[in-house]
Every structure is written in structure tokens, then in C-alpha cells.
Write a protein that binds this ligand. Structure first.
Ligand code: HEM
Ligand code: HEM
Length: 192
């Protein structure tokens, strides 16, 4: 089934949900690894920075892909009916589900955009990669001090903290629906 209905998710919506979850599962550790390698290269005063460039190419590329898929996902959602939340939820549960979903959607944009902004304002020279492209356009003008970099990097870092809490809530709710309430919410996101 291609399109969503009032009661079920079509395969594009389900594929996008799980594909993006898997991409984030790779992207977050990749970001930490990239930062750790950068710190190591600085500490050892290394001259060969190719490992950092390779990790950065992977991190930027995957980040841009997540951004593109987030746009596609919201577009597809807008063009389709959205399955209603299960009947019998208390008002606060409906509210919590909607707020969590809205913030998760928000993060799918703020995460990559803040990363892109961080590198755009960097006062030095560092490539912004996308696959084989080494000079993606800047999202914001380059700065001549380090503060703007720190500002956007702080937003980028706040994203994984906020995302961790939201995802925790989201997963607990999904498992609670599956095993306690047994209303098939996880099944309908998995198998349609
Ligand atoms: C959904 C997409 C993304 C996720 C989940 C993500 C995740 C992360 C994580 C977890 C870190 C390490 C943070 C830390 O050490 O506290 C990081 C660092 C970084 N990311 Fe991303 N990232 C994404 C997209 C991007 C994009 C598109 C770019 C650039 C084009 C980018 C550029 C950076 C940079 C420059 C840093 C180092 C910031 C610093 O100085 O600490 N990220 N990212
Ligand atoms: C980083 C990973 C994830 C993100 C960003 C994410 C995001 C979202 C969003 C935004 C929705 C709302 C869909 C809509 O209304 O268009 C949703 C639905 C859902 N998610 Fe996730 N999710 C993630 C991981 C997971 C995981 C690991 C599980 C299960 C353990 C899960 C289970 C579900 C279920 C069951 C629904 C369907 C709710 C319904 O049918 O009403 N998600 N997810």
C-alpha cells in the first residue's frame, strides 16, 4: 500500500521512518568519533588530517541526506491522510504524543541545519562536503571571530541531548503500546 489512510501508514511513510532512525543511529556516533579524532590530531600535533576529512565527508553527507529526507517526509505527510492516534488515549497522552512527534520532526531539521551553520560561520577554512563535492555553499556568512562557531556548535550539541530524551520517551511509549495496551501502534508502523 502506497498511500497512508486514516488508519494505516503506507510503505513510503514507514520506510522513511525506519530508514531515518537507522541513519541517525549511525550519524550520532559518527559525530562523536569525528570530534574525538579532531581532538586527538590537535593533541598529537599531527600533520596528516586525512582521517578527519574522511569522517567529516561521511558526517556531512549523511547529515545532508537526513535533511533532504526530512523535507521529503514532511511533504509526503502533507500530501497524505495521517492515521489517527488510537482511540481511548487520555487527553494528556494525545498531547504528549503530538508534542513528542512535533519536536522529533523539528530535530530532523535543526540537527543538520545547525551543523551546516556551524561550519558556514567558521572563521578558518574547512570544507563542507556532500559526497564528492568539497565546497557546499555556506548557509550563513563566514565570521571573523570564533564566537559564532561556538554558538551554532552549542545548538548542534544540544540537539543530541534533547533528541536522546525525546527518543527515550518515544521508544518507551511505542513499547508500552505494543506490550501493555496492545493497540497495534508499533505493528502499524512496522508492517502497515
Ligand atoms: C541529522 C544530522 C546530524 C546529526 C545527528 C549530527 C550529530 C552530531 C554529533 C552527535 C556531533 C558530536 C557532538 C559532540 O561531540 O558533543 C556532531 C558534531 C559536528 N557536526 Fe554534526 N550532525 C548532523 C549533521 C551535520 C551536518 C549536516 C554538518 C555539516 C555540514 C555537521 C557538522 C558537524 C560539526 C562541524 C561538528 C563538530 C562541532 C564541534 O565543534 O563540536 N553535522 N554532529
Ligand atoms: C531517531 C529515531 C526516530 C525518530 C526521529 C522518530 C520519529 C517519529 C515521528 C516524527 C513519528 C510521527 C509520525 C507522523 O505523525 O508523521 C513517529 C511515529 C512512530 N514511531 Fe518513531 N521515531 C524514531 C524511532 C522510533 C523507534 C526506535 C520506535 C520503536 C521502538 C518508533 C516507533 C514509532 C511508532 C510505533 C510510531 C507510530 C505512531 C502512530 O502510528 O501513531 N520510532 N516516529
Amino acid at each position: 500500500m502506497l498511500r497512508n489512510t486514516d488508519r494505516s501508514w503506507g510503505w513510503p511513510a514507514r520506510t522513511l521512518h525506519w530508514l531515518m532512525a537507522a541513519m541517525l543511529l549511525v550519524q550520532v556516533p559518527l559525530g562523536f568519533r569525528m570530534n574525538a579524532v579532531y581532538a586527538e590530531l590537535l593533541a598529537t600535533k599531527a600533520t596528516d588530517w586525512s582521517s578527519l576529512l574522511a569522517l567529516s565527508r561521511a558526517h556531512h553527507t549523511l547529515g545532508f541526506l537526513i535533511l533532504i529526507l526530512a523535507v521529503a517526509r514532511l511533504g509526503w505527510r502533507a500530501a497524505n491522510p495521517t492515521p489517527g492516534l488510537p482511540a481511548g488515549l487520555a487527553a494528556y497522552q494525545r498531547f504528549l504524543a503530538r508534542v513528542t512527534h512535533a519536536f522529533l520532526y523539528g530535530l530532523l531539521f535543526v540537527f543538520p541545519l545547525s551543523g551546516w551553520a556551524t561550519l558556514s560561520v567558521y572563521e578558518g577554512e574547512f570544507p563542507i562536503f556532500f559526497f564528492g563535492i568539497d565546497s557546499m555553499p555556506r548557509l550563513l556568512p563566514q565570521a571573523d571571530t570564533n564566537e559564532p562557531y561556538m554558538f551554532y556548535a552549542a545548538i548542534h550539541k544540544a540537539c543530541w541531548r534533547a533528541g536522546g530524551v525525546l527518543l527515550g520517551l518515544h521508544v518507551v511509549a511505542a513499547l508500552w503500546h505494543q506490550w501493555v495496551v496492545r493497540d497495534g501502534v508499533l505493528t502499524r508502523m512496522w508492517r502497515g
